[in-house]
Design a protein around this ligand. Structure first.
Ligand code: ZN
Length: 243
């Protein structure tokens, strides 16, 4: 059966000879493993479209749950990340997270949209990397079923005096309930979290935040994703080693 779908290439693994196994987050089919025969061969007409972190349209052949690539056209290659090692490292982290957050069975087009918008922001805008990273991490967590409570204290339910974030239990804490072991969350952090939770992915980076609040938000989102996905992302460690 022939299938046409669009998707972002999250990983490529060398297979036999000139073949590559692609891991693609697709719009309609969720995450798919696709065998690209001869894709590494010199002069292959598909070589641009099968590059890591490229968004392409794929024509696939499916048989017994296995997919082979028949054709591919690149739609967006995010050139702006390819000449910059820091941006490329951050984009690779996004790919690793998207792979962890998606699976073969469930289709989550919002996850793909978030990935594409984050890569676009990284490649084509002057939004700081740190901000793109924090927004991406927070939204991925939410889209993966780990939405934190950012509206009231997770201990006493009060909407007032919120000043910290309990990473493990997933939500804000007020001054009276703060054990002192939580991450600081000033009003700028709280506003940013609420914005990220409610805004459409298209406008998700369009908020102002001070440098001090940005630092607090980054610490929270980095740890939040690591704890709730229960894994240390190697690509995140590499990205941080470059800073
Ligand atoms: Zn409280």
């Amino acid at each position: 059966m022939q299938v046409v779908d669009k998707g972002l290439i999250l990983r490529e693994t060398p297979y036999k000879e000139a073949d590559i196994m692609l891991n693609i987050l697709t719009e309609c089919g969720g995450k798919l493993s696709v065998l690209a025969r001869g894709a590494k061969r010199k002069g292959s007409r598909m070589s641009a479209a099968v590059q890591l972190l490229t968004y392409s349209e794929f024509t696939l052949y499916e048989s017994g749950g296995r997919y082979t690539l028949n054709d591919a056209e690149p739609l967006e290659m995010f050139f702006g990340i390819r000449g910059d090692i820091v941006k490329l490292a951050l984009a690779s982290y996004f790919a690793e997270v998207l792979e962890a957050a998606s699976d073969e069975e469930s289709i989550n087009p919002e996850l793909l949209r978030l990935g594409l918008n984050s890569l676009y922001a990284l490649a084509n805008t002057d939004i700081p990397n740190e901000k793109i990273k924090a927004v991406f991490e927070f939204k991925v967590a939410e889209l993966s079923g780990y939405a934190p409570n950012v509206f009231s204290c997770i201990c006493c339910n009060s909407p007032d005096g919120l000043r910290a974030f309990d990473v493990k239990n997933g939500g804000l804490v007020c001054g009276k309930c703060d054990s002192g072991y939580n991450r600081a969350a000033d009003p700028g952090v709280i506003d940013a979290m609420r914005f990220i939770m409610r805004e459409d992915i298209k406008r998700i980076f369009s908020f102002n935040i001070s440098d001090a609040s940005m630092r607090q938000l980054s610490l929270i989102t980095d740890e939040y994703l690591r704890i709730h996905f229960d894994r240390n992302f190697k690509t995140n460690a590499f990205y941080k080693s470059l800073l």
